[in-house]
Write a protein that binds this ligand. Structure first.
Ligand code: AMP
Ligand code: MG
Length: 352
């Protein structure tokens, strides 16, 4: 398929490009566009044939539902039933932004979009390009992350083009995504809201305005993953070609352990990459060290791009430091554990 690729500056949007891409959406075609979380692979959410193309382009399992992106809060009523008080509060507080809410769906939403579920996931993105595209398309846009299923989600325009050129009808290159991790997904169909996927809007932030919020208990353990309430959480995810391991423990022991592991890999002619916090960048001795940033927010924003870079550098093995399972750290660890297929090395263990 020929892919039309256009660049846009979020602060100086060329409306002609938006119109060109919106025309594709209206005609049931696929367009990749930036959002504040990751790049999305979009199609008309209300057009069954169009949304089927999203699954094809990504190689995504058909039981994994799509998030419907809207440009106007009033559009929720067009697609959802029983919008409770708590859902309304969350929308008012966190939209536009990286929060996805799950509500009972109206029949107008095709089953292909909702992955056969009776519920629908809805988000209003804050990225101005995304907002303009949805408005100009005069519909709602279903859009999962713009990667081949199983790979890390793209947060940079170059990464999108490299992976998806030829698989979609259009790509809007609109710079880097700010948050870098996918939205927090919260189910509002029960009395107590439940986080099905952690993200930049943390449990603590939600509880401040909603009172008690639960986290899907199956998220914390690998064995329970198949029971996850968000279908997407049970699949292999965020995997680069390299084998990823998380190394946990006391800070200096982690550094020592990673350097030992590097020597062992080097002896076996395996190329080793390390991902760490900015302050530790000079402590490692290996082929490639990637600085994930100074704060957890920066780590969230840089994580997927770092995993993709490790593939560009053709690393065989990648070690990442571990993060505290609190606040944004919860979302970071959720993605990192999946990209490592839950392989965690304890810095106190001796290497055989
Ligand atoms: P993606 O669009 O690839 O970032 O993934 C969207 C996430 O939301 C996946 O984990 C989906 O399984 C989840 N999701 C979407 N719709 C629903 C729904 N109706 N109920 C539960 N989870 C959902
Ligand atoms: Mg995804």
């Amino acid at each position: 398929m020929e892919t039309v690729i256009r660049k846009i500056d979020e602060n100086n949007i060329d409306i002609n490009v938006i119109k060109e891409m919106a025309e594709k959406i209206k005609n049931g075609k696929t367009v990749i566009f930036p959002t504040e979380t990751v790049y999305g692979l979009g199609a008309d959410a209300m057009n069954e044939d169009a949304t089927k193309k999203i699954y094809e382009a990504k190689g995504r399992p058909s039981d994994n539902p799509l998030i419907v992106h809207i440009a106007d809060i009033k559009d929720v009523e067009k697609i959802a039933l029983e919008i409770g008080e708590k859902a309304k509060i969350a929308m008012e507080k966190f939209w536009p932004g990286p929060l996805t809410i799950i509500l009972k769906k109206k029949d107008i939403v095709p089953n292909v979009t909702s992955g056969g579920l009776e519920t629908v996931a809805i988000r209003m993105p804050s990225n101005k390009i995304a907002n303009a595209l949805i408005k100009e398309s005069k519909t709602q846009i279903a859009a999962p992350s713009a990667n081949i299923s199983g790979r890390p989600s793209p947060t940079k325009a170059e990464h999108v083009v490299k992976e998806m050129d030829g698989r979609v009808s259009g790509i809007i290159m609109g710079g880097d995504c700010n948050f870098g991790l996918e939205s927090t997904v919260v189910d509002f169909t029960e009395e107590i809201p439940m986080i099905l996927r952690p993200g930049s809007i943390t449990k603590e932030m939600l509880e401040e305005v909603l009172g008690k919020v639960e986290i899907d208990p199956s998220l914390s353990k690998k064995e329970d993953n198949k029971k996850a309430k968000a279908p997407g959480m049970k699949y292999k995810h965020y995997s680069p070609n390299a084998q990823v391991y998380i190394v946990k423990g006391e800070e200096n022991k982690v550094v020592k352990k990673m350097n030992e592991l590097y020597l062992k890999n080097h002896a076996e002619s395996k190329k080793t990459g390390i991902m760490c916090m900015h302050k530790d960048i000079d402590k490692f001795n290996c082929e490639k060290v990637i600085d994930l940033g100074e704060t957890y927010e920066e780590v969230a924003s840089n994580l997927f791009a770092a995993l993709i870079k490790m593939d560009e550098y053709e690393m065989d093995i990648v070690y990442s430091v571990s993060f505290e399972n609190y606040g944004v750290g919860q979302a970071i660890m959720n993605r990192l554990l999946k990209s490592a297929a839950y392989k965690v090395i304890d810095a106190d263990e001796t290497i055989l």
